[in-house]
Design a protein around this ligand. Structure first.
Ligand SMILES: CC(C)(COP(=O)(O)OP(=O)(O)OC[C@H]1O[C@@H](n2cnc3c(N)ncnc32)[C@H](O)[C@@H]1OP(=O)(O)O)[C@@H](O)C(=O)NCCC(=O)NCCS
Length: 220
């Protein structure tokens, strides 16, 4: 791991006079062969290739536009430009997962709320070619520790469809608590879908969540 959970540098100046709108961004995190780094516009080709060969694997869990919703930007370039603009403002943290130096998936922190909330929502996917190697749990653990550390959030949540047994294993491995159940919560794969809501707050993981994951693995 590249930093101890709560000792990461913050983007605010030491005088306290100026606070970056995007603390903890950009970032590169790494542990046990899994690299998580900020999305780049130059990822276009890799992203398109991986998404194209994973269409069937991802479609049941992909967010879709509800009836009457604004259409999505039409190209990778437009989506990425919008995401990176949001990232600069601290609203979103779009990360890429790399394994063996290759684009292997994404972890995205979205809906970052500041003020009295200080929370964000995490979504993720991996290339089916690398599934089953514990890559998503490792990448998500790195991102949670980054969010609760340098980014300065107090709480992160992960919302999972009850049918998504693979993703439920990810939150189980991370030891996240289910804090709620939201009927017809998100528009996924063409309809409003129920989600189980899992969350963790900073106080629950004083030594970081990645350490908890490593402990979990050593007991397998
Ligand atoms: C959910 C997901 C990110 C998990 O990533 P991962 O890196 O494979 O995570 P893990 O290695 O911990 O595997 C989780 C479970 O997936 C299942 N799995 C393992 N290998 C698999 C494979 N080759 N194909 C399908 N499922 C597999 C196993 O049940 C595994 O649990 P186990 O380790 O107890 O056996 C991945 O399955 C994925 O990208 N799914 C499609 C998108 C998605 O569902 N995103 C999450 C939305 S909430």
């Amino acid at each position: 791991m590249c930093w101890s959970p709560w000792s990461g540098t913050r983007s605010s100046r030491s005088s306290g006079a100026t606070i970056s709108p995007a603390p903890g961004w950009p970032a590169r995190l790494e542990s046990q062969g899994v690299v998580v780094r900020s999305l780049r516009r130059s990822d276009a080709e890799d992203w398109q290739a991986v998404r194209a060969r994973n269409q069937d694997w991802l479609a049941p869990w992909d967010a879709t536009v509800p009836p009457g919703g604004a259409p999505r930007p039409a190209s990778y370039g437009l989506v990425t430009r919008a995401l990176l603009r949001q990232a600069k403002r601290g609203h979103t943290l779009p990360f890429v997962i790399e394994v063996d130096g290759r684009f292997a998936g994404q972890v995205t922190v979205s809906n970052v709320a500041r003020g009295s909330a200080q929370w964000g929502s995490i979504g993720y996917w991996v290339d089916a070619a690398v599934a089953g190697r514990g890559i998503a749990p490792r990448a998500v653990a790195l991102v949670i520790d980054h969010c609760l550390g340098p980014v300065g959030l107090h709480r992160v949540e992960i919302c999972v469809r009850p049918e998504n047994t693979n993703s439920l294993r990810v939150v189980e491995k991370l030891g996240l608590e289910q804090v709620g159940y939201a009927p017809r919560f998100l528009h996924i794969n063409g309809d409003w879908r129920d989600h189980r809501i899992f969350a963790v707050t900073r106080e629950e993981v004083p030594y970081g969540i990645e350490q908890r994951l490593s402990t979990h693995q050593s007991h397998q």
